[in-house]
Design a protein around this ligand. Structure first.
Ligand code: MSP
Length: 508
């Protein structure tokens, strides 16, 4: 069905600030990226999936101070919380980077030194309103009336320090021509246009070092400075594959990199990072995949708003796959979505339980009652094959375009069609015959194909279905180029009735 070309596929999530515990917004980025990585494994690609934590900067240093801990003790503790959360959400990453690791210090030094040696970094004065208790500069727009610090409500005095600047403005033309030559580099298209808007609006050079803060990676050519946290954070994508340390490994994966990110950090990834790569003499990333926000009551989840939803509590209450399914299915990828418990329950009950689960249980029930439990094979000529195959192709194509919600929608449509086909033919009223075998063989074939297409979203349950329909091996071992072709269900397995796949969910 889909041509199988072995490709290297390096995919990343943003690295999360360790100023608090992971919330559902973080989980949203994670589950989407995990699904894309799983899809590409099914495609036969050589996949490397990176995530991690962003551990420097003022925000983290302040969070540590509030807890009465040293920054390193704090980040060790909070970072571990992310590792545990991702394990509970079934996130199958290959590497977890922490920006306080030695390997990261080495790569940041090498990467930024290269930019410096290439002449894109210069020293200059930085002036701004500085709040001493905060040890931070504030933009005028952030200050309260009378130039007061918004936190301490004391005057933030105008201060000047010598900083290093990255000559972003000099790369304006290079960025514009890169976007022109690579129309699909940023998806969805609206986000590409947003990035182009920033660039065309005029880029200013950026201050990339600080002397007012010690919690950061030292600047190799002037250790009185540390790098500004965003500058250090973006380089993590190069650290994990060995930039400056293991060049062969770096070149193996770069630039086959796909960065998944939320729209709030678009400017850093779609403008700064490609420019930093260009200045370092490295090809810019292959693709930037931008998603919208998951809102609660119309607002972005944030510690300060007290509206954070704990993804782990959701998994405890509703089960892992219904939560993953909801995150991927409910909101068109790229748009904002609003989280609700009712929405999660409704999706799980109507699509997973009433459709997917129901198809499995009714097919198994008829195989058991009419065919002594022995599954028939799929037939070559089937009334539904063409329609199913074209939906399967559409689903595979949507995964390939990172449109998970669309991929799932096509897969669910395959199940709906098959349930309707069963209702029209009523195999439960038929006696054992070639016709009955064909109908049940068709339905089992759809369950086989759909389980592959839904696997990136709900890996645990699709494996259960795979084994309950008597397929050998595991879904994760399938290669979609052949596995999605009609006619792969071998039959012959002995099927047994078991408990419902998805219990019906209810609000307490
Ligand atoms: N540390 C930076 C990223 C550095 S990457 C080199 C950062 N961290 S973050 O923890 O604040 O956010 C990480 C990711 O979580 C971002 O992609 C952000 O958009 C995503 N989300 C945080 N809240 C979110 C929602 N409410 N909804 C969807 N995604 C959200 O930014």
């Amino acid at each position: 069905m889909t041509d199988q070309i072995q490709e290297r596929f390096y995919i990343t999530t943003p690295i999360y600030y360790v100023n608090g515990v992971p919330h559902l917004g973080h989980a949203y980025t994670m589950v989407a990226t995990d699904a894309f990585a799983r899809w590409h494994k099914l495609m036969g690609d050589d996949v490397f999936f990176l995530t991690g934590t962003d551990e420097h900067g003022l925000k983290v240093a302040q969070a540590a101070e509030e807890q009465g801990l040293s920054p390193i003790d704090w980040v060790d503790k909070v970072s571990q919380g992310f590792v545990e959360a991702w394990s509970k959400l079934g996130i199958d990453y290959d590497d977890f980077i922490r920006t306080t690791q030695k390997r990261h210090y080495e790569t940041v030094s090498a990467f930024m030194q290269t930019i410096y040696d290439n002449g894109y970094i210069y020293e200059g004065p930085y002036e701004g309103h500085y709040c001493i208790p905060c040890e931070a500069y504030y933009l005028e727009s952030e200050l309260l009336e009378g130039a007061l610090c918004p936190i301490h409500q004391i005057e933030a005095k105008v201060m000047q320090e010598s900083n290093y600047f990255f000559a972003l403005s000099r790369l304006t033309e290079d960025l514009l021509s890169w976007y022109r030559d690579n129309p699909n580099v940023a998806i969805p298209e609206s986000k590409r246009n947003e990035a182009l808007g920033f660039i065309k609006g005029g880029l200013e050079d950026i201050s990339i070092t600080r002397t007012s803060l010690r919690w950061g990676v030292p600047v190799p050519w002037d250790p009185a400075h540390v790098f500004y946290v965003w500058c250090d954070a973006l380089v993590n994508y190069a650290t994990a594959i060995g930039f400056g340390v293991d060049q062969e490994r770096f070149e193996r994966w770069w630039p086959e990199v796909h960065h998944v990110l939320g729209k709030d950090i678009l400017r850093f990834h779609l403008v700064w990072w490609p420019a930093m790569c260009m200045a370092a003499g490295v090809a810019p990333p292959k693709q930037l995949i931008v998603h919208g926000w998951l809102l609660v009551g119309g607002e972005k989840m944030a510690k300060s708003r007290g509206n954070k939803v704990d993804p782990l509590e959701l998994v405890d209450s509703f089960g892992l796959d219904p939560v993953r399914y909801y995150l991927l299915r409910e909101t068109p990828f790229g748009a904002d979505g609003d989280f609700s418990y009712e929405g999660l329950i409704q999706r799980s009950n109507s699509e997973l339980s009433n459709n997917y689960g129901n198809l499995l249980s009714r097919v198994v029930a008829v195989v058991v009652s009419k065919l002594g439990g022995v599954a028939p094979s799929s037939s070559r000529s089937s009334a539904i094959a063409d329609e199913i195959v074209s939906l399967a192709k559409a689903s595979a194509d949507a995964w390939q375009r990172f449109m998970g919600h669309e991929a799932i929608e096509h897969a669910i449509e395959m199940i709906r069609k098959t349930n309707a086909y069963l209702e029209a033919n009523e195999p439960w009223k038929m006696s054992a015959s070639a016709e009955l075998e064909q109908i049940l063989g068709d339905a089992l074939e759809v369950l086989r194909i759909v389980s592959i297409l839904l696997y990136p979203a709900i890996p645990t349950t699709t494996e259960v279905v795979w084994s309950r329909i008597g397929m050998a091996g595991q879904v994760c071992e399938q290669r979609t180029s052949i596995a999605l072709d009609w006619g792969g269900y071998p039959g012959g397995a002995r099927l047994v009735k078991s408990e419902p796949l998805f219990p019906r969910l209810m609000l307490d």
